[in-house]
Design a protein around this ligand. Sequence first.
Ligand code: PA5
Length: 423
Amino acid sequence: MEKKISLDLGKSQINEESILKFQERADHIHAKLHSGKEAYTGWVDYAMELSEDLISEIEEVAADVRKECTAFVILGIGGSYLGARACIDMLGNTFHNQVKSDIPKIYYAGHNMSSAYYLELLKVLEGEDVTVCVISKSGTTIETSVAFAIFKEFLREKYGESYAKRIIAITDKEKGILRPEAQEAGYRTFEVPDSVGGRYSVITPVGLLPVAVAGVDIRELVKGSRDAYELYKNTDLKENEAYRYGVARYLLNAELGKDIECYEFYETKLKNLTEWMKQLFGESEGKQGQGLFPVTVEMTTELHSMGQYLQEGQQIFAETVLNVENTGAHLAIPQELGYDSSWTMEKLNRIVTEGVIQAHREENATPTIEITIKDLTAHTFGFMVYFFEKACAMCCYLRDIDPFDQPGVEKYKANVKQIIKNG
Ligand code: PA5
């Protein structure tokens, strides 16, 4: 089986011995994760158990959506939309909405509360045939609920009583208010599995349906996750790179005293992947006064802003550089700049990456982790998601933190409800 992601700790300042000391704990954590007894660990073998029937149903609905609409709006926040967005951006055309194709234009809403954003989006959608996919496990998230109410009104005005045919709801099988509404109104529905939390739900209908609409081969994506499952069930810390990364993150903080992990990417298509990673690690690990604070740094754009801070500011961070081995895109640099014909944008990009890593290490001894993604394909995406999810669970459990809850998020939600109730 081809490994789609590889980890290089050679410049991390973490030595092999420190990693291997955690073997016994890693074995325990692995057993716990795979026991089937821990709450919200359903994602661990979800891809392995995903039925052919469900994959086909998702493909069929996605094919119908592609035929029925010219614009597809994904409503959700956090784990309910970031994974799909990361995948669509990584695999699709950056300018997809401006390119003629049989795939509808893709828009996102429900992830902010900006009046201007909604007013402008609704205006853009006036001339389009619109299908809306609302994704909320709880069905009660305020941003998504408000967005959904706005879009139902929009669809009713556009399509009258048949508006319900323009809606797909992905929600809990029974909990929350979205499920009964969907049943009563007759929306097409998919289930968010009970045992999978939002940020671990990309390889469930939550991510699979939207990405299938966007033309992603979900069979390849699921296969990627299945292959990763096979690879990362070996608990040996000399070999399991997902667990090695989890342990390394723990040590960045515990041993090297770093508080921040900068996810740096030099391929623009990874922008929302790092947003998804930021959520995965931040929301899972930031508890009980612990956790690396994850930030994303877009290169080379931010070399001309944050590059200064990274080089000469407070050295409180470690850097995790995401490389892509083969982007599949090759652009020659015009020779008028003095480069010969062997020079491509990719080659130059790699050289800039190396130059930056070198500069930060030489002056500041910045711990640097390099993670290399093989290519920008569905198989790699599915593989990579599983890699990061396993790494995250390992790291949190090493800190004795529950990777799957978000008590801090619940607090603000409760406050908002209370303030609304109080008038
Ligand atoms: O990872 C999580 O659990 C969160 O980010 C949720 O996905 C997010 O809060 C949205 O919740 P819901 O799907 O219930 O609307």
